[in-house]
Design a protein around this ligand. Sequence first.
Ligand code: SF4
Length: 338
Amino acid sequence: MGCDVPEPGRVTRPLVRWYARARRDLPWRGCRDPYRVWVSEIMLQQTQVERVREYFTRFTTRFPTVESLARAREADVLRLWEGLGYYRRARQLHAAARTIVADHGGEFPRSVEALRSLPGIGRYTAGAIASIAFGVRAPIVEANSRRVLARLVGHAAPVGGVAGDGPLWEVAERLVPARDPGLFNQALMDLGAGICTPERPLCPRCPLAEVCVARLTGRVAEIPAPTPRRAATIIRETAVVTRRGDRVLVERRGAGEWWEGLWDFPRAATAPRGRRLGVVTYTVTHHKVTCTVVERAARGPAPRPTRTHRWVAPRALDGLALSAPGRRIARLIATGED
Ligand code: SF4
């Protein structure tokens, strides 16, 4: 791959020593329960550690085992996930729990390959579960370790995605030790989170400073190369709060839509007449959405509820798994403020 990978012992030894005194105190650490490792890793994808802390504790208190998660209703899982975003993760977590119970007798598979066959478990999550919970010598590359590895070997090409990360997986594969691979992987992630940070890394305090190619060649600020950002797409939409007596209409987001399976307020193709409640703005992937919220009254008897439409009292919206904009519209209804 054209990069110099240091002799593994020169990385492993100082890194693991550093980790012994500097490790982060996180609620999913210090235990080898694959269920807890798995839930934390899925939550940590695209979500900050501090936010995950609180969700992880709540989630594992409510669903302490893979069996309890498998038995849960999807709506309850989504409700607990609300606010973490990327709900596909929650649905896949739930689906994988059911597969583990149905096909594996409630026991997690131990190999990376078998773990990767489960819904929502990719190469990184499988490596994390296998190495941390089962001591399998499996590498990992995620947001923090990707940066450390790229700098360590002076890998200046853009990273991320299957092609960009390929060379870093090779580096990780060569470095991960047979003894305590999970400890090494967690140390790599913690180093990236606390020392080898994206901006102004603390190289003088880094246990890998003596072998780090980026540091030794003065290229720390250039590595990893920034990924080109996609321009934001601007969207304007109108959400309709339809009232019938003391109830409002909600609809469930369909397959393939953002927030699939969650409840929300219907969107109108053309702006309907009605009272303007306010404006909610939100961002999804690279879309910036400005949503005008309009309230209107419906007449006649309420149709029967269906799987996709319900009439609910505004105070009952609290107990419903709503999309992120749906939750903010609910707040607008309740308080007049977003
Ligand atoms: S020496 Fe600096 S750039 Fe290199 S791994 Fe350590 S913190 Fe990162």
